[in-house]
Design a protein around this ligand. Structure first.
Ligand code: URA
Length: 241
């Protein structure tokens, strides 16, 4: 709920003071009825506000969905090759939402979908340096010095990568489970980084983006972010409410 004069001012009708004047003069209608009481509260997503009998912009409700993407889905809304898309996993939501960034066809894990273009842009633009953490199973046992290269930055065909955080989670005779955090999101970046040290990726899952964690969400399932999570994410990319 929002105070009417604040809503009008944000909609670009005028200053807070001049909007108060319009209300007192009886020039504002809410849901077809003239409102002259300052401090009247409206729901910007539901109520229809008119100024001099002209409806002013109804805001689109912002939706934030966290999906645990399974392998075998493309991160687009439509695939020219006819492969399954992440849209099919959220199809019971009757609103257009778009994936934030991209996970490869074979990659699993945290994928945010939203109609909040500003947040999406900032989460994916390297300027905002949002950390993205992955669990990656690689072939063989990378040496300390090989992992050091990834930590410092390694030259790929599209240039030097930013420093990364790396932690070995588990090791077997011929494979290793590693946690890696990167601060950019180039195409197939994690796969290419490990390929560059000759330890191809066998399995890749994103577990965290900014402060947002995948947690125990089952594969193929989604949930709405909590208000708290949205607030925190916005803060991390320098957006205020
Ligand atoms: N890095 C990759 O290589 N693939 C992804 O899907 C995400 C990050």
């Amino acid at each position: 709920m929002e105070r009417l004069q604040k809503y009008l001012a944000h909609a670009g009708i005028g200053s807070r003071r001049s909007c108060e004047k319009l209300i007192l003069e009886g020039k504002i209608k809410v849901n077809g009825k003239v409102v002259t009481t300052l401090g009247t509260k409206i729901d910007p997503l539901q109520d229809i506000v008119e100024v001099n009998n002209q409806v002013i912009g109804k805001k689109e409700k912002k939706i934030y969905v966290l999906l645990n993407k399974p392998a075998g889905y493309v991160t687009t809304l439509k695939d020219p090759q006819g492969r399954p898309t992440v849209k099919e996993l959220v199809k019971d939501l009757n609103i257009r939402i778009y994936p934030v960034g991209r996970l490869d066809y074979a990659t699993e894990g945290l994928l945010l979908l939203t109609n909040d273009g500003q947040l999406s842009y900032r989460l994916t633009h390297p300027r905002y340096k949002i950390p993205k953490t992955y669990e990656v199973l690689v072939q063989g046992n990378p040496s300390k010095s090989a992992l050091e290269k990834l930590k410092k930055g390694i030259v790929l065909e599209d240039g030097l990568t930013q420093p990364a955080l790396i932690k070995i989670l588990k090791q077997w005779k011929n494979k290793t489970l590693i946690q890696i955090t990167i601060y950019e999101g180039r195409n197939r970046q994690v796969r290419r980084m490990f390929q560059a040290i000759n330890h191809p990726v066998l399995y890749l899952k994103r577990v965290q983006e900014g402060s947002l964690r995948l947690g125990k969400l089952a594969k193929g399932e989604y949930r709405f972010l909590t208000e708290e999570e949205v607030k925190r994410l916005k803060k991390e990319v320098g957006l205020s409410d």
